[in-house]
Design a protein around this ligand. Structure first.
Ligand code: DGL
Length: 278
């Protein structure tokens, strides 16, 4: 039975878990909708990137790292801010954790419901595109629609580069844009699902590099609404302002880079990083 921390003195908090900066796209939406909630980040930088690794390697790793990080920061809710992890590891995470676990689901349902042409592009890591979970979502919610599968592992590294301050050009994105528009159905595609939490960080660049306008959908809004629902369910009252964020990492590698990327949530960032020993 999930339990909140309403009887403790700790500020109510969530831990947003990802392999890297994808957690930021989810965090921005939660901060916008629920400003008083303290956000902690659990970044498995020691195993980044997730999208190209096998399910056998990822599943136990995600459970071990996310549960260790939850024990370290004592958050009330775990948000798995990573499609690659969510589509694989939600059931075992829910088995080991007593707190609620909120997972990202690729926004296939709203994309299919909103598409006029009936053709949508699913842009994700290789892992998420090929996942049984994702295939089932498509069968359930986009039956009768044409879905263009666009594995785009290079966008993960490009989003990380953007957060390091690098400029991302249309030429950098051209291979992904071609994969969308040159595929069968690419002439009528009208909606793109950003099914990796790194990708909304490149939304403006992707829209600018596209030959025509698409609706770009992600799952940030749905995640934030689900967190709000759980806070009510757990009877958690929020303060007006959040506590400082903690940045938990699984490796000391690239410490400065990670700090800089998350600095919008960790202004007092010199004390924010907590390396988690596994
Ligand atoms: N942000 C992650 C996702 O939503 C994956 C990035 C990676 O490949 O590590 O899928």
């Amino acid at each position: 039975m999930p339990s909140g921390s309403r009887h403790s003195n700790k500020a109510p908090s969530v831990l947003i878990f990802d392999s890297g900066v994808g957690a930021i796209s989810i965090a921005r939406e939660i901060r916008r909708q629920i400003p008083g909630l303290t956000l902690h980040f659990g970044i498995d930088n020691g195993f980044y990137p997730y999208g190209t690794k096998s399910e056998e390697m990822l599943r136990p790793r995600i459970v071990e790292v996310a549960s260790t990080m939850m024990a370290t920061c004592e958050a009330d809710i775990l948000v798995v801010g990573c499609n690659t992890a969510s589509t694989l590891a939600l059931p075992p995470l829910r088995e080991v954790l007593k707190q609620p676990v909120v997972g990202v689901v690729p926004a296939i349902k709203p994309a299919a419901a909103g598409s006029r042409s009936g053709t949508i592009a699913l842009i994700a890591t290789e892992g998420t595109v090929n996942r049984h979970y994702t295939r089932e979502l498509i069968d359930q919610f986009a039956n009768g629609h044409q879905v263009i599968n666009v594995p785009a592992p290079e966008l993960v590294a490009l989003a990380e580069a953007k957060l390091r301050g690098e400029h991302i050009s249309a030429a950098d994105l051209a291979p992904v844009i071609e994969r969308i528009f040159d595929a069968p159905g690419g002439d009528i595609v009208d909606t793109a699902v950003l099914a990796c939490t790194h990708f909304p960080l490149l939304r403006e660049e992707l829209a600018a590099a596209s030959p025509r306008a698409l609706t770009w959908l992600d799952s940030g809004d749905a995640i934030a609404r689900r967190v709000r629902w759980w806070l009510d369910e757990l009877d958690i009252t929020l303060p007006n302002t959040p506590d400082s964020s903690q940045l938990l990492t699984s490796s000391d590698d690239h410490r400065e880079t990670i700090l800089r990327a998350f600095s919008e949530f960790t202004p007092d960032y010199r004390s924010a990083v907590i390396p988690v020993r596994l």
